[in-house]
Design a protein around this ligand. Structure first.
Ligand code: FES
Length: 215
């Protein structure tokens, strides 16, 4: 807004228009030339308005669907704070079961952090999985004590019953088989842990019955 004076009738008024060179006097309709020093103010005002409108368009919430929507909901909960990247990935892993490539890309895009940084974290911590995980996680201890107590035979039998190798997931996404080093109960070896259930002194003959509990 600039204050103008009509060069014809001396009427003064606050000009809110956008034209930078001439304004029409509201009283006598005379075309008033806008003084040079006020043109700059008008120009600045127009630029501010344009910037404001562009920013409001950029901030307009966009409804995201699919993986982008899942990621967006969690990132919003963490207020787009990139320092919470690990927590965001943990939440996604918990909700989704694993971190697909598209999801990693979305996290990088929405948090505005390099995709390499997201991969670095997702591959550094064992808790994250970049491939689908089964509903039940079977962990077989391959620590020294379990090894000498016969875990290789247990592992072989499990692989044959499930039809997968260690580190893999059954095609029906029911089981994921992992080998881990010492579960902290070596005296009970061989040890197999399914989800949160511990099975000690496991014999190959026990395995079918144990697995049937998770069918
Ligand atoms: S070595 Fe198997 S539980 Fe420790």
């Amino acid at each position: 807004m600039v204050n103008l004076k009509c060069q014809h009738c001396d009427y003064r008024w606050d000009y809110h228009g956008e034209t930078e060179y001439y304004a029409t006097c509201p009283r006598c309709r005379y075309k008033v030339k806008i003084p040079e020093d006020k043109v700059g103010m008008l120009r600045q005002r127009r630029l501010n308005l344009e910037l404001k409108s562009r920013l409001s368009m950029e901030k307009k919430p966009v409804k995201l669907y699919g993986i982008a929507g899942i990621v967006n909901k969690i990132i919003e909960d963490y207020q787009y704070d990139e320092s919470m990247l690990i927590q965001i990935l943990l939440q996604l892993q918990k909700n989704f079961g694993w971190l697909p490539r598209d999801m990693i890309g979305e996290v990088s895009k929405q948090l505005e952090v390099p995709v390499s940084q997201v991969y670095q974290i997702a591959t550094f911590y064992k808790i994250f999985s970049l491939s689908p995980r089964g509903k039940h996680l079977i962990r077989v201890c391959i620590g020294t004590s379990c090894q000498v107590r016969g875990v290789p035979i247990i592992l072989d039998r499990l692989q044959s019953l499930l039809g997968i190798e260690r580190g893999e997931t059954t095609p029906d996404l029911k089981f994921t088989l992992e080998a881990v080093k010492c579960m902290g109960c070596s005296a009970l070896g061989p040890v197999v842990v399914i989800d949160r259930d511990y099975y000690g002194s496991v014999k190959p003959a026990h395995l079918e019955k144990i697995l049937s509990k998770y069918e």
